[in-house]
Design a protein around this ligand. Structure first.
Ligand code: SF4
Length: 443
């Protein structure tokens, strides 16, 4: 039984290699913080700067224009951005960087005016007016008001397609509804046209994107209908992020039935305690969440399940914490993003009494993490020995290891020279709590 990965023929056209920076060309550097929505918005902005004749560079020192696409969800994210802005001011004084633009959620927040004054920022963009960058870089003014219609990057192996923006929930700890506004869903035909265009230009992997992607609805159609249509057109499809209150059983079954959908569900639970879920305004009880997981496990036995958990939300007692650990053990997540609560100015939770002491938060954080990892490790062990078709997401590094994804949604380190967007077949040699190892890289 050989562990050597075999390259499969099912592959999209590889993307063109990036052009070298032409001498004398204007240069721009985009730095992205935060979630996949921001990654996608950065792709749009990248398209604009390239259309405007800028060459993309990856360090501030080489850039005429620096665009910081920011996240406002966590306090330390803001601090990080302040650090970058300070550094950019220094480079500007030395005559290296010429212009700075601040985009994303901090750009849409109340703090943007103070930051603009303090750090001499040339352009501030929120999350709904990314198109204004076009005029700033010398392209004709775009009259778009609906950002998902803006051009994304095409011809790459893997693309995000935004199907909705904003959020109609009001979770106690979250600033997103304030900075991104209420939910706006993109018409189905518009999404399908973009998917078709991407697939024609060689995209092999489409991720449908939105803050509560499963809340999508338009013209009597619901998310499941859209997912089915997209999965008919694209060779590989995933979606994120979902909300338990919107997740329909038929969507969960579709994941199992449709071969082009990656068998991976990210369904944030945040807490296992009904009392905390109420305080957080999540809109469901833990029982509903557990039922959804049961349906998923039954419909997609080999699928992977991930979640988000907040530890130390104000008012969280030891008993609430125990309910969370129980839920983690019962649901058997394959991975989880566990966050220590951090208060965001402008959110309800920032004003709540019942702050949990730092040491307690740290202990609870480690306990939740341990529960997740024990289970993830045990589940990953079951994959050892299986032969998997692996989609390469990141090409091999100097030591020849590439990072890929199985159809079940597991991350795999595999020794191969295959390029991003190509498929290889390899046997899983070993597994850790976070990743599988295949082929000659097996530990
Ligand atoms: S569902 Fe809650 S956590 Fe998610 S974006 Fe909306 S308000 Fe924020």
């Amino acid at each position: 039984m050989s562990n050597a990965p075999i390259k499969l023929s099912r592959k999209p056209q590889p993307a063109e290699p990036a052009a070298r920076t032409p001498k004398g060309a204007r240069t721009a550097c985009i730095r992205t913080f935060g979630c996949q929505m921001n990654v996608h918005d950065s792709d749009r902005m990248r398209r604009m700067i390239l259309d405007a004749g800028y060459a993309e560079v990856h360090s501030y020192e080489e850039a005429d224009l620096v665009i910081l696409n920011t996240c406002y969800v966590r306090e330390n994210a803001v601090d990080r951005v302040r650090g970058h802005l300070g550094e950019l001011n220094r480079l500007r004084r030395e005559g290296r960087v010429k212009k700075v633009a601040l985009a994303g959620c901090i750009g849409a927040s109340d703090e943007s005016s103070e930051l603009q004054r303090r750090y001499n920022i040339d352009l501030v963009l929120g999350t709904h007016n990314t198109y204004e960058l076009a005029e700033f870089v010398g392209l004709p003014t775009m009259e778009e008001t609906y950002t998902p219609e803006l051009p994304g990057t095409e011809g790459e192996h893997s693309e995000f397609v935004t199907i909705m923006t904003g959020c109609n929930y009001q979770c106690s700890y979250c600033i997103v509804p304030t900075v991104r506004g209420r939910m706006v869903c993109r018409p189905m035909e518009s999404v399908l046209e973009e998917v078709e265009r991407l697939v024609e230009s060689g995209t092999g992997y489409v991720t449908l994107l939105g803050q509560t992607v499963d809340a999508w609805r338009h013209d009597g159609k619901r998310f499941c209908d859209l997912l089915q249509r997209v999965a008919d057109k694209a060779p590989r499809v995933w979606f994120t992020t979902s909300h338990p209150s919107n997740m329909e059983d038929r969507t969960l079954r579709l994941i199992g039935e449709k071969e082009t959908i990656v068998k991976r569900l990210h369904l944030p639970v945040q807490s296992g305690s009904d009392r905390m879920l109420k305080l957080m305004h999540r809109g469901y009880k833990s029982e509903r969440y557990r039922r959804k997981i049961e349906v998923f496990r039954e419909a997609v036995p080999d699928g992977t399940l991930s979640t988000d958990i907040i530890v130390g939300h104000p008012g969280e007692t030891e008993e609430d914490h125990e309910r969370t650990v129980e839920l983690v053990e019962d649901c058997g997540f394959d991975s989880a993003y566990v966050f220590k609560f951090s208060p965001r100015k402008g959110t309800e939770a920032a004003e709540l009494d019942g702050t949990v002491p730092e040491g307690v938060v740290q202990r609870r954080f480690l306990e939740v993490l341990r529960a997740v990892e024990q289970n993830a490790f045990a589940r990953n062990q079951r994959k050892v020995g299986s032969l998997e078709e692996i989609y390469i997401r990141h090409g091999s590094t100097e030591d020849g290891k590439a990072i890929g994804e199985t159809w079940s949604g597991h991350a795999v380190h595999v020794k191969t020279d295959a390029k991003p967007g190509e498929y290889v077949r390899a046997r899983i040699g070993s597994a850790g709590p976070h990743v599988l190892y295949a082929g000659e890289t097996a530990l």
